[in-house]
Ligand binder design. Structure first.
Ligand SMILES: Nc1nc2c(ncn2[C@@H]2O[C@H](COP(=O)(O)OP(=O)(O)OP(=O)(O)O)[C@@H](O)[C@H]2O)c(=O)[nH]1
Length: 334
């Protein structure tokens, strides 16, 4: 990021950033601050659009969202991509250097060969012997150059495999939420677009939310809360990742989208997830104390093209609210 503001401009943006953080009750952590600054300065359109949309939709601007925006629009475009690009250009430069040297050497070798063949003379064995010796020397040198080139190409191959791995990791990182390993919102939108374009029928939407999680955080702290959140997410994923797309929608809210699942199947899957989470047992690693049961409430609905993904999420969330209102730790289908 590069800012070339005057002191006055920077101060005004700082003020706006602090107001934003205060307004949304966000701690001034480095990540929250960076995203809030980008928003307040209005320079990062992606961040401005996402936050404005969430505000308009009445969504809470929490540190989870800030982290996602940071990873998606600040971190990814700066550090990680830069490292991969640097790595790629070092491979290309090194391979180019070796190839150019090999080209020069083989041109030189061809000249020596041409000249030598012209000078070979049956009637003058002594001069022919000298020519042959020169040719042997040049051949040995050319062989060495080729071996060096071969080695350099092998190294470039190894490096480019590493690079491919880095690119794959980077790609996966951009798709996954760091805490839970579930997919993020941008993968969700892309996947639903793809399903709709392919005429996929019966996309079930399950909105999943941990019950009384605030109380849990208050009693055991955010760090243990984070571990629980991640374990619950893994459990959810274990039931649906073969057939559907598990997404971390917001702080402690997950959404699972399952194509080709009629309402009966969707309800069955939701019930399996609910029971699976209920059965999880957590032990506090520090004092070996057994932690209270964690349960989830689940709202089930069906994707409706007329109202789109946002409308479908709202419908699933309404069903989830009914599951909460009717006692929690239950599945409600609309
Ligand atoms: N540890 C942790 N907590 C989070 C995270 N994201 C959101 N939360 C917490 O989740 C809690 C959600 O609280 P509420 O929306 O009041 O809901 P609840 O206490 O689960 O109550 P019900 O949903 O009505 O059952 C808040 O305390 C948030 O701070 C996160 O990433 N980690």
């Amino acid at each position: 990021m590069k800012y070339q503001d005057t002191i006055e401009q920077a101060e005004s943006k700082l003020q706006k950033t602090l107001v934003f953080l205060k307004q949304h009750r966000l701690a001034a952590s480095p990540i929250n601050y960076s995203v809030a600054y980008e928003y307040a300065s209005g320079e990062n359109d992606d961040i401005v659009n996402c936050i404005n949309k969430d505000i308009n939709d009445g969504c809470i601007i929490d540190s989870f969202l800030m982290e996602e925006l940071y990873r998606q629009f600040i971190l990814s475009s700066d550090e990680s991509s830069e490292k991969v690009v640097q790595h790629a250009s070092s491979i290309i430069n090194s391979t180019q250097r070796h190839t150019q040297k090999a080209q020069r050497d083989s041109g030189h070798y061809a000249n020596i060969l041409d000249e030598g063949l012209l000078l070979l003379n049956d009637s003058d064995p002594e001069s022919s012997k000298q020519v042959i010796e020169k040719l042997i020397k040049a051949t040995t040198y050319a062989k060495k150059t080729q071996q060096m080139l071969f080695k350099a190409l092998q190294q470039a191959q190894t490096k480019s495999n590493e690079l491919q791995q880095q690119i794959d990791d980077l790609h996966a990182n951009r798709q996954l939420d760091a805490l839970t390993g579930l997919y993020n919102r941008s993968v969700m939108s892309q996947t639903v677009d793809m399903w709709v374009n392919n005429d996929t029928k019966n996309i079930a939407a399950l909105a999943i939310n941990l019950d009384h999680f605030k109380q849990f955080n208050d009693n055991y702290g955010m760090t243990i809360g984070n571990v629980i959140l991640s374990k619950v997410a893994q459990k959810v994923k274990s039931y649906v990742s073969d057939s559907g797309l598990p997404v971390r929608l917001a702080g402690e809210e997950f959404l699972v989208l399952i194509p080709d699942a009629n309402p009966v199947t969707a309800k069955e899957i939701a019930e399996k997830v609910r029971v699976g989470v209920e059965k999880l047992q957590f032990i506090n690693a520090k004092n070996k104390e057994r932690l209270p049961k964690i349960t989830v409430s689940i709202g089930v609905t069906e994707y409706c093209e007329k109202i789109g993904l946002d409308g479908t999420i709202q419908k699933a969330t309404s069903a989830l609210r009914m599951a909460k209102a009717t006692g929690r730790n239950r599945v409600y289908t609309d």
